[in-house]
Design a protein around this ligand. Structure first.
Ligand SMILES: [Mn+2]
Length: 313
């Protein structure tokens, strides 16, 4: 992994707010973008000398709070939000900027990651997606107990799901299993587990992290990056242990602690390949004094090289 992030890196960072929880059963993630702004995300990134453009929030359909139809809840609304986010993300990438999606629930990765994949195809760049999450998000209508689309973005990106979602990026599938690394997984439905194995996804679950440590985990997950590989990080806040990140609707005990999460971010920063980021599932209604949003900002600072800069300085 040679190269110089200063030379090859983005010309700036764009914040794209996507205030919606149409893909979740627990509402509140629609307030995520505001909480991240209040926690000082733009100012924190600007300290690294990168221009930050806050594009404000996208305006999509309300959460209609309807039951699932044919195994999907709010399919039309999810499709609309993701079509908008796809366009916004693609636009920023084409301007040479590093987009950060402020979610919003994790269904939004369908729009953002499909845009990143499309951009990488156009540029002839290899893509790797790091999926930091307690869940695999590989459900389908046939497998899902709930129909909530925030449990399905990985499946849809790999071409398994309703056409209106799998085709967002103009090519099906948007992603190939070999481009994906899942980290922190600890809650997977039975059918979903079989599906993940069938597709051959590289998964570093909590058992692996417990046994091998975060350092070895990240070395493996980041192995084989090329000089021009685009690294996309999809950070579901439920990746983190609920002791440090209570502001999430789908907490699962036993996630990475503060130091493990920091090391994860620092090792990604060390590659100098970060090209785009989703921060999703932050639910301020469940948070305590905005501490989860502040933690997310703290981790994003490390993702942009805070501790690396301190080391070299
Ligand atoms: Mn997720």
């Amino acid at each position: 992994m040679s190269g110089n992030a200063q030379v090859q890196g983005p010309q700036g960072v764009s914040l794209i707010g996507a205030p919606t929880d149409v893909g979740a059963s627990c509402i509140g993630a629609r307030m995520g973008p505001s909480a991240l702004r209040v926690a000082g995300l733009a100012q924190a990134i600007a300290r690294f000398g990168l221009p930050v453009h806050d594009l404000g929030d996208l305006h999509g359909p309300d959460n209609p709070a309807q039951p699932a139809i044919d195994g999907h809840r709010h399919l039309a609304e999810v499709a609309r939000w993701n079509a908008m986010l796809h366009e916004a993300t693609l636009g920023e990438l084409r301007r040479g900027r590093l987009p950060i999606v402020l979610g919003g629930d994790h269904c939004l990765a369908m729009g953002s990651v499909s845009a990143v994949a499309r951009h990488c195809r156009e540029q002839g760049k290899p893509l790797r997606v790091l999926w930091l999450d307690a869940h695999a998000d590989f459900n389908t209508a046939a497998l899902t107990p709930s129909g909530n689309l925030h449990g399905m973005p990985m499946a849809c990106l790999c071409g398994h799901g309703p056409e209106v979602l799998t085709q967002l990026g103009g090519q099906v599938p948007a992603l190939h299993p070999g481009q994906i690394r899942q980290i922190g997984i600890r809650s997977v439905d039975e059918g979903e587990k079989r599906f993940v194995h069938t597709l051959g996804i590289e998964v570093y679950d909590m058992r692996f992290i417990d046994e091998m440590g975060m350092r070895h985990t990240m070395q493996q997950a980041l192995e084989g990056l090329g000089a021009d590989t685009h690294l996309h990080v999809s950070l579901d806040v439920d990746f983190l242990d609920p002791d440090i990140a209570p502001g999430v609707g789908t907490t699962v005990r036993g996630g990475p602690n503060y130091r493990e999460a920091q090391l994860c971010m620092e090792m990604i920063a060390d590659t100098g390949r970060l090209g785009s980021l989703d921060v999703v599932e932050l639910n301020p209604a469940l948070d305590v004094r905005n501490q989860t949003a502040e933690l997310a900002v703290d981790l994003i600072e490390s993702l942009f090289g805070k501790s690396t800069l301190m080391r070299r300085g």
